[in-house]
Design a protein around this ligand. Structure first.
Ligand code: MF3
Ligand code: CO
Length: 256
């Protein structure tokens, strides 16, 4: 069942969404050559605590990993697709890209968003990977309209990514979000005909998160049980927004 949120609930999700937005904005200038991903973690944890919120990821149990995720951020560098763990050993260098994904719980309602940032100068194909991935999210957001179906959203990401020569990660998907971090429906970044294709209705809230590889789509999880990487070592990009279905079209909760 896909939960439909009342106007009052959407306002709470909006507060959580804007907090995540502010955290990502404040982290951006810290993402520079020489910084470690742990520097970002420390800053983010303070921001979450100072806002009176709880981190959504830290302590999150994953059946697949068999452990609780230990950080407030996922920092996925270069060939890392998602769930990269902050580390004092991971010093960012020019030419790297880093996906910063974070989630909060505020007054019982979740926020979740991700961006990918290039450090220093990156080559044109990497620039294009980031651009196409972000564009695929924007195009999908525009499909989040009452009366459309889930596959309109999924298929829009897929079409834009594939037509630009990149590949869609299949093992990780977007999700509904509300009073849990992960709610129905699952939102693959491709049309999965084995899955349901519900009609979108006002009050539904979708976390759409394209994960796009420059090379082949295949991923594997490292020995830490969390870090997903592109098998062929190619760069991978990731952007995420929470979007509510409203009578007036898409409402992106994770930006002003
Ligand atoms: N944005 C990701 C998701 O929604 C990050 C989850 S990290 C985890 O699934 F630790 F919470 F699993
Ligand atoms: Co998410």
């Amino acid at each position: 069942m896909i939960v439909r949120r009342s106007a009052a609930e959407l306002e709470k999700l909006r507060r959580s969404g804007l907090l995540v937005y502010e955290i990502l904005q404040k982290l951006k200038p810290m993402v520079m050559e020489g910084a470690t991903t742990q520097d970002l973690e420390v800053a983010a944890e303070k921001m979450i605590t100072d806002a009176g919120a709880k981190p959504a990821f830290k302590g999150y149990y994953s059946q697949a990993a068999g452990t609780k995720y230990p950080y407030v951020l996922c920092t996925s560098v270069n060939e890392e697709v998602v769930h990269g763990m902050p580390s004092v050993k991971r010093r960012l260098r020019a030419g790297d890209i880093v996906s910063i994904d974070t989630g909060v719980q505020l007054n019982g309602y979740y926020g979740d968003s991700a961006i990918t940032i290039a450090i220093g100068e990156v080559n044109d194909s990497v620039k294009r990977l980031l651009k196409v991935t972000e564009e695929s999210l924007e195009l999908a957001i525009d499909r989040v309209r009452a009366g459309n179906r889930l596959f309109d959203v999924c298929g829009t990401v897929e079409k834009h990514v594939v037509s630009n020569g990149f590949s869609i990660v299949r093992e990780f998907v977007g999700h509904g979000i509300g009073t849990s971090l992960h709610e129905e429906p699952q939102i693959p970044n491709y049309v999965d005909r084995r899955g349901e294709n519900p009609r979108l209705k006002p009050g539904m809230v979708l976390a759409i998160e394209p994960m796009v590889n420059a090379g082949k789509p295949d991923t594997t999880v490292l020995g830490d049980k969390w870090t997903a990487v592109a098998k062929d070592g190619s760069y991978s990009a990731h952007f995420e927004h929470m979007v509510a279905v409203t009578d007036n079209g898409p409402w992106v909760l994770t930006r002003p």
